[in-house]
Design a protein around this ligand. Sequence first.
Ligand code: UDP
Length: 244
Amino acid sequence: MLIKKVDILGVKIVPLTMEQTVKKIIGFLNEQKNHLIFTPNPEVIMAADKDKAFRNILNEADLVIPDGIGVILASKILKKEIPERVAGCDLIQQIFSRIKNTEKTVYFFGAAPGIAERAAKNMQNTHENLKVIGTRHGFFNKEEEPKIVEKINALAPDILLVGLGVPKQEKWLCRYRNKLNVKVCIGVGGSFDVLSGNIKRAPNSFQKLGLEWLYRLIQQPKRWVRMLQLPLFMLKIFKVRIMN
Ligand code: UDP
């Protein structure tokens, strides 16, 4: 079934619930081609608004998922409902719980040395029988890239999680999508830091109130410049609403 995407400042988001998204990705695992999945929040959408090439990279993905309460709010203001937030970090854990007792395999690529390994161990403790078949940190130079792809392909994981931060992970995946022997690639941003316990995720109470961004700001005050994009994003959305 063709899903009508929701346009948020030129980024085409799929209006699916968490459950529908997980089902779709599990379906991708049984197809022959490689699928790209990105999880933009308002900050990322603002970056795409300023950079057409980056926006095109996002829109060429198979699924662009609303990761951020601001994206849901924007869809409401624009009267194009997106049902719920699908946070990348929650999404991958939902996928892990579905594949843990199957033959499907995962590779963690990104974050500082040691973090992806720790994240993998934690996930294998939480999701017993989860098959994480490889990890690699996310710091490398251009010359190393073909070797990284080669190593991933030698293991041929079903799912490749790439946490190099935005827009590096999207650009990297766009460059190598046709060379990667995997079924699903997901850009996961800083998720390995959370899954490894390096950074704490906002408590449920914050998440329910739509204040995860505030918790992140308190934890990582250096993010405040990046977070200035949030009110600018909302202003832009109101502008679009008024103009249409
Ligand atoms: N990172 C990386 N390689 C790089 C730059 C960053 O692996 O060259 C990692 C970094 O260690 C962190 C993640 O990318 O784990 C970016 O996290 P952030 O919370 O900034 O994610 P974003 O908001 O960009 O999705």
